[in-house]
Write a protein of this length. Structure first.
Ligand code: F6R
Length: 623
């Protein structure tokens, strides 16, 4: 789950920046992937210089200011989420071996590191850290001098043949100072192409300031980049081709833009995230046309079951989608946590459509579930936010959400964009299979198109929620209740509060209350209730209103999210947060927003790092 960057440019090219500038900028952008230590290595004047430090990238920058590194056009950098060995200066990357000539950074876990280590110890090597990375680096150095004839590319190919597990490795060697050699297996790596300079990154945000042209590479491949060339091979040395793509993300969208945190900024990005996800998906007759699906219509027509696989917030988006897809398409739809899916021996056939939801496209649990589903013969559609990532690459088709880079660890705009994309998929299937008439599809699309403006209205009313957050920052626990699509919204509200405000929170299906959880209610217990629209599904609405009364009668402080004009809640709410009127299935796109704002402001009021909460990393690339 670490972030990795590499840069190589021509010497004396007259650029205003050096390798260190590119690498530090890349690490700042990739810091969301892990932030317990960081380090860089650069080559200059015949030797490799390096600095590494426990703590955030800022601590590394201080270290470099205190002990500057020479100007250089070649280097690698790393920001870490510790797996093997705790976060310390010593365990930080790069690991520099071979008498200070070889520097290595690594993301992932080398499963056979203990066995390799004892073989290397038997050959007389010493180790200073507790990491698996130092073992891989030492092996690479040994192979470089012995079997590989001092060719770093060959050494990497041969080394990777001996490694088990998931990894991305970048290496530079003082004896071949014009190149970075990298390899990947089940861990992300993309190549950025420049003019007389090339880049490597865990994702495109590692070099987004410098180029929009990128190449994705497959598993079990090695890439060698110099200032002018990019060469990809497999581990046996056979040449391979990468897949080029244009980076849609805008570098400016990965900046805070004057907001206190990325999370706050990304909450404000949500109208655009939904609008952009809808854009370009209609033909000249305004009919929904998902050209990128590349799955034969006959196959999509024959589907008899949909399984949505995802983790965390993305799984809650899947739960929302289930209500819509079943309603529109009449296809039985299940939602399964990706890490559970594989181990429960799910019933998957050629007629099953698996939808993998992932912002990062790198969540290992989801990736493994995708592979499992495809092995069983299912077709897999990835709904993903990150170009060049593994999940869309390994799926049969990909539908991208266009939320732009999401930097804060707590997912916000990706959630709304995922709901939007799954709705497009549901409507498309309903249109294709004839479950809905064209005018019915159009009327739902009209509702969807109206959402960005309504989301903006909710964001504009955020001050009320911020004040509420301030007044409740010392609560010991907060509960969230919802029914139907309001239930996953309740779960998402609770998750946000747990992960960034470290506050105990739980989301319940409101109907479940009387089956146990109501015993938790005591005087002063804050309870958020997501109230469905009273227009259209009145029995649902009146049941939720009864639930508010039940908790209020037992002393709860009720914070009710209800649509404009719904006066039925007035008598039972301590606080009412109004959202614009919207049909039931559209409501999650609105009701989630105050919950995000609430969590963000509680965390801020407690002086926590909103964007980089403790123990977490944005992209969970280990199982
Ligand atoms: C919570 C959060 C996580 C992710 C989950 C899946 O705010 O961000 O729960 O939703 O780790 O990540 P992706 O969508 O990248 O697969």
């Amino acid at each position: 789950m670490c972030g990795i960057v590499g840069y190589v440019g021509h010497p004396n090219q007259g650029r205003e920046y050096f390798a260190l500038d590119v690498i530090l900028e890349g690490l700042r952008r990739l810091e969301y992937r892990g932030y317990d230590s960081a380090g860089v290595a650069v080559y200059a004047d015949g030797e490799i210089g390096w600095r590494k430090k426990a703590g955030k990238v800022a601590a590394l920058e201080e270290e470099i200011s205190a002990r500057p590194l020479p100007e250089s056009v070649l280097g690698i950098g790393h920001t870490r989420w510790a797996t093997h060995g705790g976060p310390s200066d010593l365990n930080s990357h790069p690991h520099v071996v071979d008498g200070g000539q070889l520097a290595v950074v690594h993301n992932g876990i080398i499963e056979n590191f203990a066995e390799l280590k004892s073989q290397l110890v038997a050959k007389g090597y010493n180790f200073v850290s507790e990491t698996d990375t130092e073992v891989a680096a030492t092996l690479l150095g040994e192979v470089f001098h012995n079997e590989a004839g001092q060719d770093l590319t060959r050494a990497m190919q041969l080394t990777c043949q001996q490694l088990d597990g998931a990894f991305t490795i970048l290496a530079i060697h003082a004896q071949q100072p014009d190149r970075i050699v990298a390899a990947r297996r089940d861990s992300p790596l993309v190549i950025g192409l420049g003019e007389g300079e090339n880049f490597l990154g865990s994702d495109v945000s590692g070099f987004i300031d410098y180029t929009k042209s990128a190449v994705e590479m497959d598993n079990d491949q090695v890439v060698t980049i110099t200032a002018d060339e990019v060469q990809i091979t497999d581990y046996q040395g056979a040449a391979a081709e990468g897949k080029s793509f244009h980076i849609d993300w805008d570098a400016a969208s990965a900046k805070k833009d004057g907001f206190n945190s990325f999370m706050e900024k990304e909450i404000h990005d949500q109208p655009a995230a939904v609008r952009d996800t809808l854009m370009g998906r209609f033909d000249e007759q305004n009919k929904l046309a998902l050209d990128e699906l590349h799955i034969e219509e006959s196959v999509l027509k024959s589907i008899d079951k949909i399984i949505v696989i995802a983790c965390g917030t993305a799984a809650y988006a899947g739960h929302v989608a289930r209500y819509a897809i079943e309603h529109w398409c009449r296809i039985p739809t299940e939602v399964e946590l990706a890490h559970e899916f594989r181990y429960r021996d799910p019933i998957v056939t050629e007629k099953t459509l698996v939808v993998a939801l992932s912002q990062s496209g790198e969540t290992m649990d989801t990736l493994m579930a995708v592979r499992h589903a495809r092995q069983q013969g299912a077709k897999v559609i990835a709904i993903c936010n990150t170009q060049g990532s593994s999940i869309p690459r390994e799926s049969d088709a990909a539908l991208y959400t266009h939320a732009g880079p999401e930097i804060a660890v707590a997912s916000t705009k990706a959630f709304l964009a995922q709901i939007t994309a799954t709705y497009l998929l549901g409507l498309y299937l309903a249109q294709l299979r004839g479950n809905m008439f064209a005018d019915e599809v159009q009327s739902v699309l009209q509702e969807l198109r109206a959402m960005p403006e309504k989301i903006q209205t909710v964001i504009d009313g955020g001050d009320q929620v911020a004040e509420l957050a301030q007044s409740m920052k010392d609560a010991k626990s907060v509960l969230f209740l919802g029914r139907h699509v309001g239930f996953p919204v309740a779960l998402e509200g609770a998750l946000k509060l747990k992960e960034i405000a470290y506050l105990h929170a739980e989301g319940f299906a409101a109907g479940e209350l009387k089956h146990g959880p109501i015993a938790l209610i005591e005087e002063g217990q804050p309870v958020f209730v997501i109230v469905p629209s009273p227009r259209g599904r009145d029995s649902l609405h009146s049941k939720v209103v009864s639930n508010i009364q039940e908790v209020r009668a037992r002393g709860a402080i009720t914070i009710v999210i209800a649509e404009e004009g719904d006066s039925a809640v007035d008598a039972y709410a301590n606080h009412i947060i109004r959202i614009p009127q919207a049909p039931t299935l559209m409501q999650p796109l609105l009701a989630t927003v105050p919950l995000q704002i609430f969590a963000c402001h509680v965390a801020q009021a407690k002086n926590y790092d909103v964007d980089q909460p403790r123990n977490l990393a944005k992209s969970v690339t280990v199982e």
